[in-house]
Design a protein around this ligand. Structure first.
Ligand SMILES: [Zn+2]
Length: 384
């Protein structure tokens, strides 16, 4: 929300500067220019104060005035879009683009503004086409590049996104570390797409490229392991990929634990203990370990793990659900119920524990791609 408000105010300041600056040179157009100025101020005032009843009428009279200052219309359109008037924004941006003899840089700017209107209106195909045209006219515009890249992420056009990342890196718009992280996640996505289409060797190449760029891109280990399992006879290799995940990114080990248990049940308990030795607060590993003990009908080993998991993350509903399941499965173990009641007396807050640090989207599950802002690796675990 804050960036939108900031953007809005920056646009308004720009607009006012533009209007004030332009006024001196407009003396020859006398009353028409004065009327345009009055209407423009009225429009800004209405949008800012939230009194939106007359916005369409004011806008219509501004469009009729047909001022020479075409840049103002692009800014108007952008302000309208940010305030939720997307159909009006599209109309204003299109009207500017119909003017004759527009220079490429301006046309690229107006087109990229129109493309963003389309994106927010959910007209994604038109947004993609319009961004592409804008980019061809104005490839050096960093704001356009970022928004175009964001749209490519949204629609899953990772090949195009890769080429835009290269442009950004060359133009020093992205720093080296961010570039490597983003591109590694893109290769992981390309690998997933190839795997879905049954192109396993292409998928494997992409997952390996991802890890070569950034050894912390955890989904790529998991995907390589799944690929090895799907190929049938490469269980040992799958185990190696998972062990590399556990070693490189232990806080994401939970992503590979079910698969590890499936392919290597004999080593599972040892794995859990080694992870817990590194981090005693790793509540997800404790949940996995408790499930493993329950499977083996070892409730006395399982219950302490559940209680320790709850002590590490008392507000996670999932932990309590696991304990409830356990208590139902072992109804005769009254001492466990008593222990749980004592522990929960001190705490009882449930919430979605994961949050995107970029857009504050909340989720009850861990996600490596945010469904709201499409960022990668933006979720953190929040303790209340
Ligand atoms: Zn997000």
């Amino acid at each position: 929300m804050l960036p939108i408000i900031l953007l809005f105010f920056v646009l308004i300041v720009l607009l006012l500067l533009f209007l004030l600056h332009g006024r001196a040179g407009d003396v020859k157009n006398g009353s028409e220019s004065a009327n345009f100025y009055v209407q423009a101020v009225k429009l800004i005032d209405s949008l800012q104060s939230g009194e939106t009843a007359g916005v369409e009428n004011i806008l219509a009279s501004i469009m009729e005035a047909d001022s020479e200052k075409k840049e103002i219309y692009v800014i108007f359109g952008n302000v309208l879009r940010e305030k939720g008037y997307i159909a009006e924004a599209i109309k204003v941006h299109k009207s500017v683009l119909h003017r004759p003899n527009l220079e490429n840089k301006f046309k690229g700017w107006a087109l990229s503004s129109l493309a963003e209107d389309f994106r927010l209106a959910g007209m994604l195909e038109r947004a993609v086409r319009t961004y592409r045209d804008a980019f061809n006219l104005n490839p050096g515009d960093s704001g356009l590049l970022r928004r175009y890249a964001h749209l490519c992420k949204q629609v899953g056009d990772y090949e195009k996104l890769l080429s835009l990342m290269d442009v950004m890196a060359k133009g020093k718009i992205l720093n080296e570390e961010k570039y490597r992280m983003e591109v590694a996640f893109i290769y992981n996505e390309l690998g997933e797409q190839a795997a879905k289409e049954g192109e396993f060797s292409k998928a494997e190449t992409n997952f390996r490229k991802a890890l070569k760029l950034n050894a912390k891109v955890y989904p790529a280990y998991l995907n390589l392991a799944k690929l090895s399992v799907e190929k049938g006879d490469k269980i040992g290799l799958a185990r190696k990929h998972l062990e590399e995940l556990f070693r490189q990114v232990p806080d994401k080990a939970f992503l590979g634990m079910n698969l590890y248990l499936r392919i290597s049940p004999g080593q599972f308990e040892e794995l859990c203990h080694s992870l817990l030795n590194r981090n005693a607060d790793d509540w997800r590993t404790r949940l996995h370990l408790s499930r493993y003990y329950i499977q083996q009908d070892r409730p006395d080993a399982a219950f302490p793990e559940l209680i320790k998991a709850m002590q590490s993350m008392p507000h996670v509903l999932l932990v309590h659900q696991e304990i409830w399941k356990f208590l139902m499965q072992y109804p005769k173990k009254q001492e466990y119920l008593k222990e749980y009641a004592i522990q929960t007396d001190k705490i009882m807050v449930f919430n979605a524990p994961f949050m995107c640090v970029d857009c504050r989207y909340k989720s009850s599950e861990f996600l490596w791609k945010c469904p709201s802002c499409f960022g990668w690796n933006t979720f953190v675990e929040s303790k209340i």
